[in-house]
Design a protein around this ligand. Structure first.
Ligand SMILES: O=C(O)CCC(=O)C(=O)O
Length: 351
């Protein structure tokens, strides 16, 4: 098992790196592991399949983005592009960047670039994210067997940018049983997570049960949200080249500690396929009969993909000759096509 680094956090949530002391009694530090101690198979076994969050140091080291991406870089090169910053608001990227740079605890600026999928609107920066993150590549999302609306050959990478004082708008867990991974490129960002079993304590919205009503999960107002006193926050932060893995069903919220740029994507494999298949078929338009048909089709393709993934493990040479990694769900980042600068003609349906 990989060596785990114990960390503590000061009041602002900034990590006291390399400290061996335990985290504050009421919070728990998210495990931190260095990539050199974490082969991909160990990541799958100890974190992804076990449903345990982890922060991975040096998850990516070769991305040109780590050297190129700054707020100024986006302003100078793409400032005239209009971006969606909320459900109803669009803005020039240059103005968005200025607002991020002006953000402070007293006057929080914007954070969320609403549904900004790089392959749709900023495909020209995707070569800055090569080679694939070895822990967070689009597994079944690249598969030709995925229904078209969920196929994400370029990784379904969302761009996130914000300054101190801002935050991801709502504590939530990702829809469709997705596991999330966020890789920091510039700056530092803090996370507060709550395990799925804390759901009764985190005030899920009656209207949308994967969203919490608690607006400051790091410092909840206990008069409004008294049950939060029972919930154990798991805390940690990521800096450039580091990623956080957030398993399906884990509540999470993020806030930049400095001006921060990161990319975020969903991971879908055998561990969360059944939940995904259930959710998307339950929500699909059409008749009950069409939904059942979709569920059966997804179940069958899940079983087939699993068998092909096992074959890739057992006989990698044969799998490569059959072009399984290229055609179906690749089991390692090596089998995934690198993102390309050409925008894909695919619109993502769900955030
Ligand atoms: O801002 C972050 O780092 C979290 C992003 C996130 O939770 C999401 O996009 O669903």
């Amino acid at each position: 098992m990989a060596a785990v680094i114990t960390e503590t956090f000061n009041d602002a949530g900034v990590r006291n790196a390399h400290s061996e002391a335990a985290a504050a009694p009421q919070s728990r530090a998210i495990e931190v592991v260095h990539a050199r101690d974490l082969p991909y198979e160990a990541f799958l076994q100890h974190y992804l399949r076990a449903g345990r969050p982890v922060i991975i140091r040096d998850a990516v080291t070769a991305w040109p983005a780590l050297r190129k991406w700054t707020p100024q870089y986006f302003k100078e090169n793409f400032g005239d592009r209009e971006v969606q910053v909320s459900y109803s608001k669009r803005m020039r990227l240059a103005d968005f960047v200025d607002a991020v740079l002006a953000s402070s605890a007293e006057q929080p600026g914007p954070y969320h670039l609403y549904r900004l999928f790089l392959h749709e609107e900023f495909a020209d920066v995707l070569p800055d994210l090569i080679p694939q993150n070895p822990y967070g590549f689009p597994r079944r999302h690249v598969s030709a067997l995925m229904p078209e609306a969920w196929r994400r050959p370029d990784g379904f990478l969302k761009l996130l940018m914000g300054g101190p004082g801002s935050k991801f708008p709502i504590m939530h867990y990702d829809a469709e049983h997705a596991h999330a991974q966020i890789t920091e490129i510039y700056g530092e960002k803090a996370y507060v997570l709550f395990a799925p079993h804390e759901t009764p304590n985190v005030y899920a919205s009656p209207a949308q049960p994967n969203l919490s009503l608690v607006d400051r999960p790091d410092q909840p107002d206990l008069t409004r949200f008294p049950l939060m006193a029972k919930a154990t926050p798991h805390v940690g932060s990521i800096g450039p080249g580091e990623m956080i893995f957030i398993p399906e069903g884990w509540w999470h919220s993020a806030r930049p500690l400095t001006v921060s740029i990161s990319v975020c994507t969903a991971i879908l494999d055998q561990s969360n396929w059944a939940g995904f298949a259930h959710d998307i078929s339950a929500a699909a338009p059409g008749s009950a009969w069409q939904r059942t048909l979709l569920r059966q089709r997804l179940r069958a393709s899940g079983m087939f993909m699993h068998a092909m993934e096992m074959l890739q493990h057992a006989m990698p040479g044969l799998a490569r000759r059959l072009r399984l990694p290229a055609l179906l769900a690749p089991i390692s980042a090596d089998g995934v096509p690198e993102p390309s600068a050409t925008p894909l003609d695919i619109r993502i349906r769900t955030p």
